[in-house]
Design a protein around this ligand. Sequence first.
Ligand SMILES: Cc1cc2nc3c(=O)[nH]c(=O)nc-3n(C[C@H](O)[C@H](O)[C@H](O)COP(=O)(O)OP(=O)(O)OC[C@H]3O[C@@H](n4cnc5c(N)ncnc54)[C@H](O)[C@@H]3O)c2cc1C
Length: 386
Amino acid sequence: MPAPVASVPEAVARAREVAVEIAAPQAEVTDSGVWPEQAMRALQASLGGLVVPREDGGAGLGLRALAGVCETLGEACASTALCFGMHNVATAVIAAKPTERQRKEFLEPIAAGEHLTTLALSEPGTGAEFWLPQTRLTSEADGWLVNGEKSFVTNGSRADSYVVSTVAADPETPAGEFSNVVVWQDSPGLSWHGSWDGIGMRGNSSLAARLTDVAVGADALLGAPGDQIWYVFEVVAPYFLTAMAGTYLGVAQAALNEAVEHIKQRRHSHTGRSLASEPVLQHRLGVLWSQVQSTRRLVHWAAEEADSGGPDALPALTSAKAQVADTAVSVVNEAMTLVGGIGYRDRIPLERHLRDARAAHVMSPTTDVLRMWTGRALLDVPLLGT
Ligand SMILES: Cc1cc2nc3c(=O)[nH]c(=O)nc-3n(C[C@H](O)[C@H](O)[C@H](O)COP(=O)(O)OP(=O)(O)OC[C@H]3O[C@@H](n4cnc5c(N)ncnc54)[C@H](O)[C@@H]3O)c2cc1C
């Protein structure tokens, strides 16, 4: 087991090793609908404790590291980046206000590369409004019972534990009084439904879960009852937005790389001219490059701003994921045009990037919601509500 990484560049370098040696060579197999087991185990061993505090054996790194790691993985294989990103988001949620037992049961094994976790928030009923779960939490003598359904759980059935958002079952409880609990994979009453057959992100095993009278101990509760909105905005949103922004930024870069390579290599026989000498194509590549670079600056600056508690952290993070979604979809689309009929016919990796990139807009908080939240943050209007 390698020692925890000490810096952001070291974390990115380790991610690059896994990206180049495992995730990229296996990207096609992963895209056939196979969860990226080998890459995930390598990432767990080398970077599993990326966001676990140092006192619990982790690297104690934050959003800048997460952005860099997900970007690096996303360039090689977006499904792998998503799976590893969600492990880190859930880890950050557990690490935000851990009890001593949660440190021993979750954070230390995560840091040791022995435990994979993930986030189960979205539900069939409330869809993109993941901050309004309907999964019920009922208090029992020695803990809680959890009942409900989750619609898309990345790493579903593969993780050792799931951070599950719930609402108190007591009808007298005021709106917003809901909480996150950690549910073990082998908990009686937790079942998985269907298989993941999305148009993209095909290796992410985003399964639907049903929780039927799942008993969790008192210590499964994260924070205090009613803390969930705090978790949504202080932990889930920053980590999730950053992980996703990094992932789809990597997809945009990969598409740009392919367009550049294709244009460099393609030469017409009747003129002997390389496509690289065509001014229109030069111009179009220049536009794509600046789109990717300016989005990259926004993503990494947003992560830095949030890590340092800067005043623009909120609008920076919300715009970063929205901007990446716009950039990834438009750059991949444009790259597809630049590789011409040959690229279209040969189903080169751009086709996978096109399908993967489409998830950027629909993964909650969705692009429209994020743009609205950015405006609200600037206007000092509460993010939630009408
Ligand atoms: C590949 C993938 C992996 C995922 N992984 C996870 C995961 O690990 N954990 C998890 O919890 N969830 C996950 N999700 C779920 C995701 O974050 C969304 O919650 C889910 O896609 C919502 O789907 P829906 O069809 O129910 O959306 P709907 O709520 O039906 O939304 C449909 C459309 O309406 C728009 N819309 C909805 N509400 C509003 C509003 N208030 N204002 C403006 N527009 C609105 C949405 O933007 C969207 O375009 C994943 C989804 C995908 C595609």
